[in-house]
Design a protein around this ligand. Structure first.
Ligand SMILES: [Zn+2]
Length: 484
């Protein structure tokens, strides 16, 4: 079966056909780097990580571009988010940008998110944005006003085709802040003339200023992926005005379709309300990662379809943790048995179980081909877990070939595609601290047993730990342990 996706632009599920077979050009709207990322951001970027991983797993050559917004993303008050933060922190705007760009990648790396191939920054593409605005003026799609340059929405009749909207809510009231020179409420800024105190400003044919937020994505997508490319992604909340404006600018400037497929990710909510900085209902990724394994955060996000919202609570993440632990029992079981292989295995087990594994793999691919249905893919891994546990708990000895195949299947589907099965169990962060505490406790119990001359008991503790891959070493300065 071919990959099918829900294309927001067409409002229907369709076959995904790239412009060049086997080559996929993809653009995702990235974060505005003015603060630490929270779980809401993780929902968007983990979703596209799953998309990229799966497309590559299926043999496609994917060029993945995701921008970093470091200028022009204004608050409703008309203030630039980055300048506001810079003022609060008494820092230069580019210090703020650098700090939070690093923080973003640090969090994404910790979550196992594949880095985009190109992470272009708006401030690094000012000439490209100016050139695009010039083209739009030249083609009669933009006009120069006293305070900047605006896109003339009336000149582009298809405006609204992605979101079914044309005017921002409350536009009439905030119009004064969003551009005095606009001819129509629908129009939006391409270039904004800067006042003296606005630190981020560049020369342009229309005077010193800075680009409007939307133009950066059009200019950078065009530069790296061409006028028309395969897939555009982002969070559903940016569908209007941001994504709508991107389409208008690009198609009007290039006289060509922009992205063929639009995939938009549902929001992460808290008690039904979107998790956001402004509502204060957010959990930063740094805090979440202190309390949960990255695989569990991924498992939680992938439990709902990328296009749906997901409601966050401590309980929901804990439930995801239990589901993940259940799946991992089979992986750990297989790995444990691989460390202690049994001789004299009947060849039947392989001939019966290897086709079962292949069958689950086929079902997994079928689920993912159906608009990246990760929740179904996870359910299939859970059914596989039931089968594996049954096999490994049975009296029948299982040979190395089958054990290896089980581990490989989990690593391929759960690991490579979804990033929820680690290659080896990491003992970093909270888990490591917990493990160390438990091992130290056992070391003390063993020392106590030896003091009481219960040597058999002491040896039993050492041997059982060794079976779990934890080796104790007695040295002159105490007992130490290492994890094998
Ligand atoms: Zn964008």
């Amino acid at each position: 079966m071919a990959l099918r996706v829900f294309n927001v632009l067409k409002r229907e599920k369709v076959d995904f056909v790239p412009i060049t077979p086997g080559k996929i050009n993809m653009y995702v709207c990235g974060p505005t780097v003015y603060d630490n990322s929270h779980l809401g951001h993780a929902k968007t970027y983990l979703s596209f990580d799953m998309v990229v991983r799966y497309l590559r797993y299926r043999g496609n050559d994917v060029l993945y571009v995701q921008n970093l917004t470091d200028v022009g993303h204004l608050l409703d008050t008309g203030e630039d988010r980055i300048l506001k933060k810079a003022r609060q922190a008494s820092a230069l705007p580019m210090q703020v940008v650098e700090t939070y760009a690093r923080s973003y990648f640090e969090d994404m790396d910790a979550l196992g998110v594949t880095r985009p191939d190109i992470s272009p920054r708006a401030s690094g593409h000012i000439p490209e944005q100016i050139a695009m605005v010039e083209t739009l003026i030249h083609k009669g799609h933009a006009y120069v006003a006293d305070d900047g340059v605006y896109f003339d929405v009336g000149s582009y009749p298809e405006y609204g085709k992605l979101s079914n909207r044309r005017v921002e809510e409350g536009e009439a009231g905030s119009r004064a802040l969003k551009g005095k020179g606009k001819r129509s409420a629908e129009d939006f800024a391409l270039w904004i003339l800067a006042t003296e105190e606005h630190i981020l400003q560049w020369d342009s044919p229309w005077g010193r200023g800075y680009p409007g937020w939307h133009i950066e994505c059009s200019a950078m997508a065009g530069k790296y992926l061409g006028a028309t490319f395969d897939l555009h992604g982002g969070g559903i909340d940016n569908i209007f005005p941001h994504n709508e404006c991107e389409i208008a600018q690009s198609e009007a400037a290039n006289d060509a379709p922009f992205a063929n497929y639009w995939l938009l990710v549902g929001s992460l909510t808290v008690d039904g309300q979107k998790m956001s900085k402004s509502l204060g209902n957010f959990v930063t990724l740094k805090d979440a990662l202190k309390r949960h394994r990255p695989e569990v955060i991924r498992y939680f996000i992938y439990q709902s379809h990328y296009s749906n919202p997901i409601d966050y609570s401590d309980g929901a993440l804990e439930a995801a943790g239990s589901g993940w632990e259940r799946m991992m029992t089979a992986v750990r079981f297989a790995r444990d048995k691989l460390r202690h292989p049994v001789a004299g295995v009947s060849p039947d087990a392989a001939s019966i179980f290897l086709p079962v594994l292949e069958d689950y793999k086929a079902k997994f691919i079928e689920a993912m081909d159906d608009d990246f249905n990760a929740p179904n893919a996870i359910a299939i891994l859970q059914s596989l877990t039931t089968e594996v546990n049954k096999l490994l708990n049975s009296a029948q000895p299982v040979g190395v070939e089958v054990l290896k195949a089980i581990n490989d299947h989990y690593l391929e589907l759960g690991g490579k595609v979804l990033g929820i099965v680690p290659e080896a169990e990491s003992t970093s962060g909270a888990d490591a601290a917990r493990l160390e505490g438990v091992v130290r406790m056992l070391i003390e119990m063993r020392a106590q047993a030896r003091k009481e001359k219960q040597f058999a008991r002491a040896d039993q503790i050492r041997d059982q730990l060794k079976d779990l891959g934890i080796v104790l070493e007695d040295r002159a300065d105490g007992t130490f342990f290492r994890v094998e």
